[in-house]
Design a protein around this ligand. Structure first.
Ligand code: FES
Length: 149
């Protein structure tokens, strides 16, 4: 049976086919580029750090460590205890620094302030800094997320 009226001409059909094919080709090239530029964040369960890198820290000082693709900060308290934080602001993910003289964490993006325990005390940050669990195990420091064995 032959149709009297087609919904589209042969030229329109071929143009649509070619356009779809070109779109799929462009997407197959762009997808890996976009994934490379904006990699998905995968948070580690834990990181193992050599204690020797942190044992010489003075009281009220911090030192960086890599927490996945984000920065982490290990802070040595005045009493010698260690705390660990994800050094990313809870407002819009800028990096925070520790100002030892003021005993505060500071985010320069929008002037966000956290106290020495990571509690948000000024500016736009809506939540405290994310604290991690830190344990000493032999010659290593284990920094891990809450709930990880
Ligand atoms: S990102 Fe830190 S205050 Fe806005």
């Amino acid at each position: 049976m032959k149709l009297k009226h087609s919904l589209f001409s042969r030229r329109q059909f071929l143009n649509g086919l070619l356009g779809g094919w070109l779109g799929a080709l462009a997407a197959s090239f762009l997808y890996p580029v976009v994934k490379f530029i904006f990699p998905p964040y995968r948070e580690p369960d834990k990181v193992i750090l050599p204690f020797s890198d942190y044992e010489d820290m003075g009281p009220n000082s911090v030192r960086n460590f890599p927490w996945g693709s984000k920065p982490g900060l290990i802070k040595k308290e005045d009493d010698g205890a260690y705390l660990a934080f994800v050094a990313v602001c809870t407002h819009l993910d800028c990096n925070v620094v520790y100002l030892a003289e003021q005993k505060k964490f500071f985010c320069a993006c929008h002037e966000g302030w956290y106290d020495e325990n990571g509690l948000n005390i000024g500016g736009p940050p809506p939540r405290p800094l994310r604290q991690l669990i830190i344990e000493r195990e032999g010659e290593n420091i284990i920094v891990k997320r809450e709930g990880v064995e």
